[in-house]
Design a protein around this ligand. Structure first.
Ligand SMILES: *Cc1c(COP(=O)(O)O)cnc(C)c1O
Length: 396
């Protein structure tokens, strides 16, 4: 058989490789502690599961759902945006439910990218932005996110001709993998930039509800004129620990929402209706699970930052997201450090280079491990550092 070039050139998804390595170790009977994947370890709240079970019993929900979802779900999303962000959305024109945000993120490129087209993509960034572009034969133009610029892209440094030629601009705050946040001032600037260069903006915002120290992230849709230039992807995955149920949404620009819905209506058959009803229960139900979960993550964040800094690994406490962005010690790059950790102490972290060239020099640690595993993993790291083969020993 002869496969398409797009498959030949497609790298395996970052976490597939990591999962394979972990499985190999575990098969050998080793206890692996993984800080690698951002997948909440806390279960979905009971009232959401109860609604799901009840809805699963109802034959009405056993049949094909509509691609654009239940009108009640679109309304629940619109109401949630109004309550949370003060943003008023038209439930039928400015909202589309997704099979997880990743569904929309990967498929929006079908709506914008013809072969040779440019998408502006943050580096480091969630791999799906560039992969979606590449699958369509497009060219990602990478926007470096650096500590000096608080991990925000420097829009003014994009060459004029690139900005003019580009069709899509990807942004993501609270950010994965850096844990950085953006304020409304930045989003306003993005809208201005998009207007000037006729760009469609895709803001990926699944972490707006995962925040610490009383900080409340903003939505891109709060920016003046945002709905004229772009959409926001959101998800119930991280907000309600629903990664396994696969449900998210895109909101904003009606033309973009319509195009995405048209593509999806030809490719998938919607979200299982029982899951849509569970999502309504999540969005309309009690929200106290959110601060409860954030308190758990915040405690873990503080614990990990303290332990890392104590063993000489530099990182700052993230104000939001599930991640810490940690500098690798001298004498290592992100891959050699992650590999050494896995081989020496069976601790898994994600090498920054996996998120793009500018991720080099960093590893990402996720806070989605129960406290006991977290302490155990970091203690192993500390022991290794102090051993003969440890990283301090190498650089001195
Ligand atoms: C987790 C994550 C997503 C995917 O969310 P789903 O709704 O589970 O598909 C999208 N973007 C970023 C940056 C993420 O970290």
């Amino acid at each position: 058989m002869r496969m398409a070039k797009r498959i030949e050139n497609l790298p395996p998804y970052l976490f597939v490789e990591i999962s394979k390595k972990i499985a190999e170790k575990r098969a050998r009977g080793e206890e692996v502690i993984s800080f690698a994947i951002g997948d909440p370890d806390i279960p979905t709240p009971a009232h959401i599961i109860d609604r799901l079970c009840q809805a699963a019993q109802d034959p009405v929900n056993h049949r094909y759902p509509e691609t654009d979802g239940l009108p009640e779900l679109r309304q629940a999303v619109a109401d949630w945006y109004q309550q949370r962000f003060g943003v008023v959305l038209h439930p039928d024109k400015e909202v589309v439910p997704l099979i997880g945000a990743k569904d929309g993120i990967s498929h929006i490129s079908l709506c914008f990218i013809d072969p040779g087209d440019i998408a502006l993509v943050p580096d480091p960034g969630y791999p799906v932005y560039s992969v979606g572009t590449l699958l369509m034969g497009g060219k990602p133009y990478y926007l470096p996110l650096t500590e000096d610029n608080n991990y925000l892209p420097d829009l003014d440094s994009i060459p004029e001709d690139i900005a003019r030629e580009a069709k899509l601009l990807w942004i993501n705050y609270p950010n994965n993998p850096t844990g950085a946040v953006a304020d409304l001032g930045f989003f306003n600037k993005v809208v201005e930039f998009a207007r000037e260069y006729d760009l469609a903006v895709c803001h990926d915002g699944p972490y707006t509800e995962v925040a610490f120290d009383g900080y409340q992230p903003v939505s891109f849709m709060q920016a003046e004129g945002a709905r004229e230039v772009g959409i926001e992807f959101h998800s119930l995955s991280k907000t309600y620990n629903m990664t396994g149920w696969r449900i998210g949404m895109a909101v904003g620009n009606a033309k973009m929402i319509d195009a995405l819905t048209r593509v999806k209506s030809n490719l998938d058959s919607g979200i299982p209706q029982a899951i849509q009803l569970a999502a309504i229960a999540a969005l309309r139900g009690p929200q106290d699970c959110i601060p409860e979960h954030n308190a758990i993550y915040q405690r873990r964040r503080d614990l990990v930052v303290e332990m890392l800094n104590k063993i000489g690994l530099e990182t700052k406490p993230s104000r939001a997201s599930l991640y810490l962005w940690v500098k690798v010690p001298e004498g290592y790059n992100s891959v050699t450090f992650a590999t050494a950790l896995l081989e020496q102490v069976s601790v898994v972290v994600t090498p920054g280079i996996g998120y793009g060239k500018s991720g080099e020099g960093y590893v990402r640690l996720s806070l989605t491990i129960p406290d006991a595993g977290l302490v155990k993993g970091l203690s192993r790291l500390a022991e290794w550092r102090d051993s003969k083969s440890g990283f301090r020993a190498k650089s001195t």
